[in-house]
Design a protein around this ligand. Structure first.
Ligand code: ADP
Ligand code: MG
Length: 348
């Protein structure tokens, strides 16, 4: 649905800023695609290139088969009807009611009043604002204002919806309800959604795929589940760590000495990660039964990322050291990730 090919963007001026450096990515029809990065990474510049609010310095922007960088101003205006956008600060007209804000883009297009009404009445219903049509933005909560923004973006029947930090001004609960609405619209209308954010929570909640951007470059890209379970770059690990932490709480090790080497009297401390189906593997039971090990669980948790369960366990394999070695070998044959953190012995 969207292909960016070798996009770069330089802001000329007193300070020359290279905001985007050779960005290429593909977003399939019907996907919810997340782009995450710290402030200043180039996210807004990138998303504004998709509807040519910002013209890239070089590269192509292909949306629904058309290279937008090759269009005349008039052709571009038409192509943009396919691309709706919502913003962090909603950008509503304060002197217009909810209804008139949503009707605005259609009025500009010269659509007749009756037709506008027919078009936007069901949209106001979908976003849950049917009883607010005569309110002014100042009478609405942040979440309701963003619903107006979404309705206004949907009024032109777009194929793509661009969301620039659409939930960053909202509290966590309202964020949830807006993300749920976006997911609902995506499923109901088959709308392709591109969403930029600095919050990994948002990515985990609704995105099918994610790109991590830093310094105007894509660091890492992949399915949300893959990026969450196997982040490669330090920045990505930080983002993932902000929502799924598998760091052992300090207190959990209070009663142990931790060694780097497997010295006499110590037992392996192992981190295990299970994804999807593998979560059902009776790993702990297997270790106990087959190797007669006494497995103590120091930490455990399950996260759900895009309907895939990701389980994390930190265990100590107590028992005969030969058996513990066999236990480790056994773990390595299983379709799960494992890592020996160190070797522990109870301290007195
Ligand atoms: N209109 C502009 N003129 C000059 N520099 C800009 C402009 N817009 C953004 N920048 C610069 O480009 C870089 C990327 O900005 P931006 O795309 O807004 O990042 P993000 O949305 O990830 O915070 C920053 O260094 C920013 O200062
Ligand atoms: Mg921004």
């Amino acid at each position: 649905m969207i292909t960016l090919e070798h996009i770069s963007k330089v802001y000329e001026g007193a300070h020359r800023v290279e905001a985007l450096k050779d960005i290429s990515l593909t977003i399939e029809k019907g996907q919810i695609y997340g782009i995450i990065g710290q402030s200043g990474a180039g996210k807004s510049t990138l998303i504004r290139c998709i509807n040519m609010l910002e013209a890239p310095t070089s590269g192509s922007v292909i949306v629904d088969g058309t290279d937008l960088t090759k269009l005349s101003a008039n052709e571009l205006r038409k192509a943009r009807k396919n691309i709706g956008m919502i913003f962090q600060h909603f950008n509503l007209l304060s002197s217009r009611t909810v209804y008139d804000n949503v009707a605005f883009p259609l009025e500009i297009q010269g659509m007749r009043k009756a037709e506008i009404k027919e078009r936007i009445t069901p949209i106001l219903d979908i976003v849950g604002l049917s009883d607010r049509v005569n309110n002014y933005p100042s009478q609405l909560s942040g979440g309701q204002k963003q619903r107006v923004g979404i309705a206004r973006a949907l009024a032109s029947n777009p194929k793509v919806l661009l969301c620039d930090e659409a939930t960053s001004a909202l509290d966590p609960q309202t964020t949830q309800s807006i993300l749920k609405l976006l997911k609902d619209i995506n499923e109901r209308m088959g709308l392709t959604i591109v969403l930029i954010t600095h919050e990994m929570q948002v990515i985990r909640e609704i995105c099918d795929r994610v790109a991590v951007i830093e310094g105007g470059m894509i660091l890492e890209e992949g399915s949300t589940v893959d990026v969450f379970t196997n982040p490669k770059k330090p920045t990505t690990k930080d983002f993932v760590g902000s929502v799924v932490s598998d760091n052992l709480p300090q207190e959990a090790l209070e009663h142990f000495e931790l060694h780097q080497d497997w010295i006499a009297g110590t037992a392996p401390l192992v981190r295990l990660k299970f994804t999807g189906q593998a979560t059902d593997e009776p790993v702990v039971a297997g270790l106990v039964r087959r190797f007669d090990l006494d497995v103590s669980i120091l930490f455990g948790g399950i996260d759900y990322i895009q309907n895939t369960s990701v389980g994390r366990l930190i265990v100590i394999l107590n028992g005969d050291s030969m058996k513990a070695k066999e236990g480790l070998d056994y773990i390595r044959t299983l379709p799960i990730e494992s890592e020996v953190i160190g070797y522990v012995r109870a301290s007195r």
